[in-house]
Design a binder for this molecule. Sequence first.
Ligand SMILES: CC(C)(COP(=O)(O)OP(=O)(O)OC[C@H]1O[C@@H](n2cnc3c(N)ncnc32)[C@H](O)[C@@H]1OP(=O)(O)O)[C@@H](O)C(=O)NCCC(=O)NCCS
Length: 192
Amino acid sequence: MRTSLRTFVRTTLDLGDAVLHPWGREPAGPDLLDDLVAAAADPAIALWNPLPTADHQAARTWLEAREDGWDRGAGAAFAALDATDGALLGTIGLRWVDRADGLASIGYWLLPDARGRGLAARATRAVTTWGFYTADARRIELAHAAGNDASCRVAQRCGYLPEGVLRESHLFGDGRHHDEHLHARLAGDPEP
Ligand SMILES: CC(C)(COP(=O)(O)OP(=O)(O)OC[C@H]1O[C@@H](n2cnc3c(N)ncnc32)[C@H](O)[C@@H]1OP(=O)(O)O)[C@@H](O)C(=O)NCCC(=O)NCCS
């Protein structure tokens, strides 16, 4: 097994109207911290992707954890930033589930104003390709709550094939365990 390659090395990915920039401690100005607090309060994020960033201190702790993930090559968390003004649009990240085996998972959320223009799909495609080619991922999984239709469409548009239903597999923001749809892409799958 080629475990030596299985690390995430900080990089910036250009999507044209947005850039994916590694999350870290810097720059963590008040606007960015405010945006992370606002993200935690957004109803869709609070339901499907609860964020522990209720205040500035919690947001700084969250950023420290993302930085630590990059330092250890264990997690690749990107801020999606507007290419024009640098405003926060959302986040997308890969993390190893089983690093030695090349098994990773991908997740994302967007702030409300950034939704509805296909950004999540474009970011997911870019990070997926990057994960396969630069980090030697073998399989990347994408799981979403069965009721999260927008996320299901993102998975389908990015070539993550449906593999089944995980029953009551994850506790979501409404305090309930929901079924999840499991999707995955293999390194050898065709580009969507
Ligand atoms: C899921 C999310 C990232 C999608 O990002 P997006 O860039 O806004 O996605 P789009 O607007 O391009 O929508 C993707 C598809 O879902 C469809 N869609 C959007 N909202 C929908 C809804 N409420 N119900 C059904 N379909 C929906 C869109 O029509 C689009 O379909 P298409 O591919 O046929 O054009 C975003 O909605 C979000 O951040 N949600 C809150 C957090 C979250 O759910 N994170 C994912 C956890 S797994």
